[in-house]
Design a protein around this ligand. Sequence first.
Ligand SMILES: NC(=O)c1ccc[n+]([C@@H]2O[C@H](COP(=O)([O-])OP(=O)(O)OC[C@H]3O[C@@H](n4cnc5c(N)ncnc54)[C@H](O)[C@@H]3O)[C@@H](O)[C@H]2O)c1
Length: 360
Amino acid sequence: MADVNIGIVGAGIIGLTHIETIRRTPGFRLSGIVDPGPRTPEIAAAQQVPLFENVEAMIALGNVDGVIVATPNELHVPVSTTLIEAGIPVLLEKPIANTVEEALQLLAVADRTGIPLLVGHHRRHNPIIRAAKKAISEGSIGRLVTASVICTLYKGDDYFGAAWRVQPGVGGPLLINLIHEIDLMHHFFGDVASVSAASSNAMRGLAVEDTAAAILQFENGGIASLAVSDTAVGPWAWDLSAGENTERFPAHPVQSHFLSGTEGGLSLPDLAHWSHAGEKSWNHELRRKILPLAAEDPYGAQIRHFGAVIAGKESPLVSGLEATKNLATIDAIRKAAESGCVTPVRSFAKDQPAGREASS
Ligand SMILES: NC(=O)c1ccc[n+]([C@@H]2O[C@H](COP(=O)([O-])OP(=O)(O)OC[C@H]3O[C@@H](n4cnc5c(N)ncnc54)[C@H](O)[C@@H]3O)[C@@H](O)[C@H]2O)c1
């Protein structure tokens, strides 16, 4: 069978991860790059692929089956719209857009054209998350009651050299990092009803937050607390413990997610399952077992899924609508942090067509 030809728009930090993933995934071929950055000619030469001036030029050559969009956030919607209008399936990095309104415009284009849009909340492809979701869905911790999530990632000063990362409404750890946690919470609990939050830029003094905490209340009655900081040192973060991208991050033997249900508890990424052997009471010791896991690189699983989406064999695992819900939750967190008030999360119709707002 012929290789699936993938173009990359944006060959920065995560774009390079995608390029490396394509290189080592059988059946996939990098067919070209769009990126005006100064280092890109060298990258394109090393990969022996054409470097295009813009997306239109890549489309015109007609040798892409699908494109990964890994540009700064503010370009996600215009670039993806151009590709989808040209009939090319897109794997778009998170967040789907800068604003919910823009996200809805993109969903409308995907809806009208019928061209698939997959959003890069790559953790959903991680077998650890798949195993956790299966355990929760099968009731092995009972009804999910609460979760605590920690995400402390100290980022070196060079990280903040890219202007978009410190631009309000575009960068900051809420949109860059916490949105992955929001996606997981949606995946485990369902839709978020309302949020409370606090944020601060006191440590770095940048125009975007460096630290934030949020409490999510879910429509099913569950509650989760989440803390994120890009200026606090600590290994307690999925990125620094799950071993997902060891070319970029060390993998420390600690946990970052703690999920508790009416019948048991589950920590991640170690997949430790805790439950009582006999009577369920805080007076009795809990037993620990590790859920089985067949390790797999989530970026590799994601690109294979994208290939199946391009071939029309699978529907996007992370749809534009789900990614829009993640963004709407981040929006509510920002508003709650500014106002100090419990803030409702904008809701959307549960069924497709994607992006239609709920009437109530
Ligand atoms: N899924 C993940 O794990 C993950 C991790 C990191 C970043 N991201 C997301 O990926 C996106 C990129 O993040 P990054 O950290 O790689 O950023 P980055 O700044 O390192 O890279 C962005 C690249 O886009 C290029 N670019 C700028 N304008 C362009 C244009 N008009 N056309 C094509 N390319 C253009 C830049 O030259 C740069 O090389 C962001 O949306 C970010 O939120 C996702």
